[in-house]
Design a protein around this ligand. Structure first.
Ligand code: 5GP
Length: 197
């Protein structure tokens, strides 16, 4: 699970993570926000309208969902179930409300929060991105003040001060987590001496 305030560089870092670990699969969220220039339905998000989203909530088809910056976003339960059954690691790029729901319901998640170096750098990056109106940027900056304190309950914090170095730290987290004994315990079976129980 990767969360960050808008503009911290999370989307680009997640893309790099997927490129570095071809067996890691990115979850494609459902979202009610308008599609941005350059985005593709079914690849960046499944873009749906609010009524369809609410029906999914009622039918319990979402593993988590939240209202973020005035729009609804959610992760399909089927995506998580399929990944668990197939033994596939899945990357969720979701906000902290959604991450908190996943933490409560799924014990095996790893939670990473990407931080900008400071607020002024965050503001600079949001304006430089040029994808949102001033009003939307101001709302995202206000939200950042509520989101950043949430970082305290995440497993890992990565400051995106230098992109390459942040990418390396993020990749190290995935590599280290994959070596944890509770995930690799079956390796020891290769060392069972014949006749041992
Ligand atoms: P954006 O509209 O800029 O793509 O994303 C806005 C925020 O929504 C980001 O913080 C992103 O992590 C979050 N988000 C995207 N998909 C989901 C989701 O499925 N669930 C939740 N809770 N947040 C999401």
């Amino acid at each position: 699970m990767v969360s960050a305030p808008s503009g911290a560089g999370k989307t680009s870092l997640c893309r790099e993570l997927i490129d570095s670990f071809p067996d890691l699969r990115q979850s494609i969220s459902f979202a009610t926000r308008p599609i941005r220039k350059g985005e593709r339905d079914g690849i960046d998000y499944h873009f749906i309208d609010t009524e369809v989203f609410q029906a999914m909530v009622e039918q319990k088809q979402l593993a988590e969902w939240a209202e973020v910056h005035g729009n609804l976003y959610g992760t399909s339960l089927e995506t998580l179930t399929d990944a668990a059954e197939g033994g596939v690691d899945i990357l969720l790029d979701i906000d902290c409300q959604g991450a908190a729901q996943i933490k409560e319901n799924y014990q095996r998640g790893v939670f990473v929060f990407i931080l900008p170096p400071d607020y002024s750098e965050l503001e600079k990056r949001l304006y430089a991105r040029g994808t949102d109106s001033d009003e939307v940027i101001q709302r995202r900056l206000e939200n950042a003040q509520f989101e950043i304190p949430q970082a305290s309950w995440y497993d890992y914090l990565v400051v995106n001060d230098d992109f390459q170095s942040a990418k390396e730290r993020l990749c190290s987290i995935v590599s280290a987590e994959r070596c944890r004994s509770h995930r690799t315990g079956q390796l020891l079976e290769n060392f069972t001496v014949k006749g041992d129980k």
